[in-house]
Design a protein around this ligand. Structure first.
Ligand code: 2P0
Length: 342
């Protein structure tokens, strides 16, 4: 099944005619995976090999506004600056919009604003595609469920399936070849004392996109065989840690999960290494502080920067050691009852 067939299955033809309104808007939060998505069983539909689990950063994310324009091409404005129609970013976005445009009779101005440090690689495509789908839902008046929007967002970028909710979200891998059972689900748990800090260490462009890196890992790493087993264990332990508010368990499993994902990359051929000297230096500082009694853990995605995990009671101590850290979530809004419209 291809993307168009999935969309036709989810939305009737009547819903795919011209937009109902002149404009539509949506906000979606960035999500940080505590148990990572790494590897696809279907590259066209972004269907994962394993489930994954994330926490949303409540006030950090992407707002997309779509406005119908009387022009022959789409215009994309990112953080106030118009982007060239030939840039890979705009091409990927327009290709995605085309999935919902059976006749090329209308075009849009797409305004995307992200309030996360974009150059530092924290602005994953997840919040971007999720906010785009919420804006399309508004523009077309689909009244689609969050589950449907999660599947639609996944077609743009896998991790976007988790950005439709606040709080903890599990993206179920599912087994259906068409992916109708592969979407995000909020956990009915909140943890107001849990904090996430963004530690920006190096803003150079990535050596390889996460999309390609995933593919290369699955195709060539002998260690990848152990990844699904690790994820099965980690999901159980993370949910237990969230249930019991057991922070050392949550921190140690999230950190180990990230390092194990990077281990599969290091063992791929050719090797993939997102660590930079600054990354390793920060990891050693975190481990030393932990040995000295500070409950501080990290997670790392497909880039050199770290996300710090700690409790509200330790904010000041963490800030003394990492004054440059951006406090992105203090857990107080990690409530699944609040939906992503903010
Ligand atoms: C995650 N990452 O779970 C993992 C951890 C990066 C490292 O999801 O190809 O941009 O669009 O489905 O979602 C980044 O990959 O990849 C990612 P595509 P995506 O957050």
């Amino acid at each position: 099944m291809n993307k168009l067939a999935v969309i036709s299955h989810l939305l009737s033809n009547a819903l795919l005619q011209s937009p109902h309104k002149q404009s539509g808007t949506g906000f979606a939060p960035t999500n940080i995976a505590l148990c990572k998505y790494w590897g696809k069983r279907d590259a066209e539909l972004n269907l994962p090999i394993t489930s994954s689990l994330s926490i949303a950063l409540p006030n950090k994310g992407s707002t997309t506004t779509l406005t119908l324009i009387d022009q022959s091409i789409d215009r994309v404005i990112f953080n106030g600056r118009e982007r060239s129609s030939t840039s890979p970013f705009v091409e990927r976005l327009v290709q995605y919009l085309d999935l919902f445009r059976r006749e090329r009779a209308w075009h849009l101005q797409v305004d995307i604003t992200m309030n996360i440090p974009v150059a530092a690689g924290f602005a994953s495509s997840a919040a971007g595609f999720a906010s785009l789908v919420i804006a399309l839902n508004d523009l077309f008046d689909w009244h689609a469920s969050r589950q449907t929007l999660s599947i639609l967002a996944r077609l743009g970028s896998g991790s976007a399936a988790r950005s439709l909710w606040m709080g903890f979200v599990e993206w179920q891998a599912g087994a259906d070849p068409c992916g109708m059972d592969s979407y995000g689900m909020p956990l009915e748990k909140s943890w107001p004392d849990l904090c996430v800090g963004l530690l920006s260490l190096n803003n150079q462009p990535k050596p390889i996109s996460s999309r390609r890196a995933m593919q290369q890992t699955v195709a060539s790493s002998v260690l990848y065989e152990s990844w699904p087993k690790q994820v099965s264990r980690d999901l159980v332990l993370l949910k237990q840690a969230i249930q019991d508010k057991n922070f050392p368990l949550l921190g140690s499993i999230a950190e180990n999960n990230a390092l194990s994902m990077h281990a599969t990359m290091l063992s791929s051929m050719p090797p993939i290494c997102y660590f930079l000297p600054e990354t390793l230096e920060a990891m050693h500082r975190i481990w030393k502080l932990r040995a000295e009694g500070l409950a501080l853990y990290f997670t790392e995605d497909a880039g050199p920067n770290l996300k710090l995990l700690f409790l509200k009671s330790d904010i000041k101590r963490v800030q003394i050691h990492f004054p440059e850290m951006l406090l992105a979530a203090d857990g107080s809004q990690a409530d699944p009852a609040i939906d992503a419209r903010g």
